[in-house]
Design a binder for this molecule. Structure first.
Ligand code: ATP
Ligand code: MG
Length: 253
């Protein structure tokens, strides 16, 4: 059975794309046919993993301008990993979201249903915010996992997200699960980070941590998977790899 996960918090820069991309790679490296869908008009996930020319993008599929198969591309360096891209500059997703999606809240759910026959695992990378496009993606998912940075504003953001998600689920009659959070860019040496982790643990969520690791940014600059990035023989820290594997082992059940 196919499973679809969104990593979401309405706050910007908490690691949604980094985590979506890294866990898509991990899943594919473990042999599962995995599709990363770039539902962010910024197109960050697409420019990270795909360096070449793209003919079609997600918004073309949503508007019936091409077949799904024409828009999906294989990621050459990672067997089993596929991308349904969004062009960053000059792309059509922003305009589509502003003009069309208001009338079609289930458009991404319909798309995911169609894709689930071909992919074992689907990850949606969303833009910050809780507009119509993000809502459509959230209810297209089986599970939403919230990435947050170890700061008070992220905790506040989580409270707001929990509240908003309840409303979205009720309005659009969605059973989507929201049971896990990932504290990203975590540094064991910083007291405030530990305090935020402990505060997060007080709730009913299963809480994971991903350490701060400069290789994520470097791998994005070089258009490679973080697991494959090496500079002078060094890649992701062992503790980071361990965290990624631990999260991967838990989220697909
Ligand atoms: N664990 C980490 N350690 C170090 N840097 C990280 C980590 N996670 C993410 N980053 C860096 O933080 C920046 C923001 O990450 P990212 O783009 O994934 O956030 P985002 O939530 O997707 O942002 P947006 O809201 O704009 O979509 C990037 O430069 C990324 O390389
Ligand atoms: Mg992003």
């Amino acid at each position: 059975m196919s499973k679809t996960i969104s990593f979401h918090l309405q706050k910007g820069g908490v690691g949604k794309t980094t985590i979506s991309g890294t866990l898509s790679c991990q899943s594919a490296m473990n042999g599962f046919t995995t599709l990363l869908v770039d539902v962010d008009p910024q197109g960050n996930a697409s420019s990270w993993f795909y360096d070449g020319e793209l003919q079609y993008e997600l918004s073309d599929v949503l508007q019936g301008k091409c077949f799904i198969t024409e828009a999906i591309v294989e990621i050459p360096t990672i067997p089993n990993l596929f991308l349904l891209p969004t062009f960053g500059i000059g792309g059509g997703l922003k305009q589509y979201a502003e003009t069309k999606i208001a009338d079609e809240p289930y458009v991404l759910q319909d798309l995911v249903r169609e894709l689930s026959g071909s992919f074992e695992r689907i990850i949606l990378d969303l833009s910050p915010g809780l507009g119509k496009l993000e809502r459509s993606a959230l209810i297209a998912s089986d599970e939403i996992i919230t990435p947050m940075t170890p700061e008070v504003f992220s905790l506040d953001g989580l409270e707001i997200f929990i509240d908003e998600l309840e409303k979205i689920k009720k309005n659009l009659r969605s059973p989507v699960r929201h049971e896990k959070i990932i504290i990203n860019s975590f540094d064991e040496r910083i007291r405030q980070h530990k305090d935020i982790y402990e505060a997060a643990m007080m709730g009913s969520f299963e809480v994971f941590k991903i350490p701060v690791d400069p290789v994520f940014r470097k791998s994005q600059e070089r258009n490679v998977a973080p697991q494959l990035f090496k500079q002078r023989g060094k890649g992701l820290k062992p503790i980071t790899l361990e965290a990624i594997k631990k999260i991967d082992a838990k989220i697909w059940r």
